[in-house]
Ligand binder design. Structure first.
Ligand code: ZN
Ligand code: ZN
Length: 246
């Protein structure tokens, strides 16, 4: 539960676009933290992306076997849907939403993802949406999990069950940023577990996180869900972060 102060801050700033700061009511969009112009900036027209990891690739590049960014990684999910690459306005608004712990901003970005990428998200039917969980000690410090906020919004809009209970984080991993790219997969190994396997058996699952970088976390989630009997796992994130050191 967010503190009353944070909820109040959300309300106070809701009338001002969280990205450009405009208070022009003609440009505002009901229920969104962003004005109409910024919504266009945050959700550009779809471009050719890798079918596997959603990295932006050349307009004519083929990616049925992955791309230069993901080919060497054994990613356990089928595909990734995202709003765009982690750059420009999308990066700015994601950082703002994350560090101001703003559920309104995070929900607005998720709403954009569901409307701008609706066809990709409904191309494959899903039975449940599962956010990447935080460790209980992280939850104790601050009860704000961007993945969970995004998952709830997507679930409501796509009319799919939001399942925040099936996946559990067993141990706290070192922050991925402080771990080399090659170590990130080892760092995540065994970090997640399925709490109640019968709930995911035969299910087509959409795993949700805020961003996807190496794919290590979402791949580990897909691995344990598949091992517990899930039929298929894909991923939805707000942004795809390219890690050039990979
Ligand atoms: Zn704006
Ligand atoms: Zn790829």
């Amino acid at each position: 539960m967010k503190s009353v102060l944070w909820q109040l801050a959300d309300l106070l700033f809701a009338s001002r676009c969280a990205l450009c700061g405009t208070t022009d009511h003609a440009a505002s969009v009901v229920g969104s933290a962003y004005c109409l112009d910024c919504m266009h900036l945050l959700a550009p027209a779809p471009v050719n992306r890798c079918q596997k990891c959603a990295a932006e690739i050349g307009p004519y590049a083929k990616s049925d076997k992955g791309c230069v960014h993901c080919r060497k990684r054994k990613l356990k999910f089928e595909t990734v849907v995202c709003l765009g690459m982690y750059a420009g306005p999308l990066r700015k608004s994601l950082l703002s939403a994350k560090w101001s712990f703003s559920a309104v901003q995070m929900r607005s970005l998720a709403a954009l993802l569901s409307s701008a990428r609706f066809h990709e998200l409904t191309d494959r039917p899903f039975d449940r949406i599962v956010p990447i969980p935080q460790h209980w000690r992280q939850r104790l410090v601050r009860n704000f999990n961007p993945a969970s906020v995004i998952a709830h919004e997507l679930a409501a809009r796509l009319k799919v069950v939001c399942d925040v209970h099936s996946l559990r984080r067993i141990f706290r991993t070192r922050p991925q940023k402080r771990v080399s790219v090659t170590q990130r997969f080892a760092n995540q190994s065994g970090a997640l577990a399925v709490t109640h396997p019968p709930a995911v058996q035969g299910q087509r699952i959409l795993i949700v996180d805020d961003v996807l970088t190496t794919g290590a976390t979402c791949s580990e989630a897909a691995r344990v869900l598949r091992a517990a009997g899930a039929r298929a796992c894909s991923v939805a994130v707000l942004a795809r972060v390219l890690d050039h050191s990979a």
